[in-house]
Design a binder for this molecule. Structure first.
Ligand code: COA
Length: 168
């Protein structure tokens, strides 16, 4: 049986920390699907399609595009995992405080769909503090995000923020 995993997230936008988890995930699983959640409760800066494009272009920049598929979903994660025939949900744990939230999500997902396992991977130390909201905030105030995201995402962030600032 092909061991397929879903790496879900909001990815608003994808960071080098997420891509670090992808690199580790493809060493373990035969197929990896990135599941970008609509997640309206987070009021994402980028649309679902923009987030998908940023992930795909970032994978191309990193030479990972042929190894991973990027999909979007607007349902329960376990339903999406079931449709895809995935055996595992992949999540990154950056710091110990992530555990609380991750443990809760993994337990609920197991209740909803006992056949699925959640697998946690640790990103490289240099990304332990990184999050999409930190990247958005630095970009918003004109800071340099080049060490946190790919060139494509850096460009998209600049364009988006210039548009927002131009509109106010
Ligand atoms: N590198 C950089 N940042 C990372 C990271 C890494 N390796 N690992 C986690 N993060 C960041 C994310 O960017 C995100 O940052 P942000 O809050 O600044 O955007 C944060 O850590 C994690 O946020 P969280 O809300 O826990 O997860 P998410 O946004 O990545 O995705 C879903 C959450 C999509 C998996 C979850 O909401 C979901 O499953 N939704 C579908 C509906 C559902 O099934 N609900 C029931 C679930 S119990």
């Amino acid at each position: 049986m092909i061991k397929k995993a879903i790496y879900p997230g909001t990815f608003d936008p994808v960071t080098l920390g997420h891509l670090d988890i992808v690199k580790r995930g493809i060493e373990i699983f035969q197929e990896l699907i990135i599941g970008i959640a609509e997640n309206p409760k987070k009021k994402p800066l980028f649309s679902l399609e923009e987030r998908k494009e940023m992930f795909e272009e970032s994978l191309k920049e990193m030479g990972l595009y042929s190894k991973v598929k990027v999909k979007t979903f607007n349902s329960l994660l376990v339903e999406f995992a079931k449709e895809e025939g995935a055996v595992a949900i992949l999540r990154g744990i950056r710091i110990i405080s992530d555990m609380d939230h991750e443990f809760t999500m993994a337990s609920i997902n197991r209740k909803l769909y006992p056949e699925i396992e959640t697998v946690f991977l640790m990103p490289s130390d240099e990304y332990a503090y990184l999050s999409s909201s930190v990247v958005r905030e630095i970009a918003f105030y004109g800071g340099d995000v080049s060490q946190f995201v790919t060139e494509f995402v850096e460009r998209k962030l600049k364009e988006k923020i210039a548009r927002i600032k131009g509109a106010v």
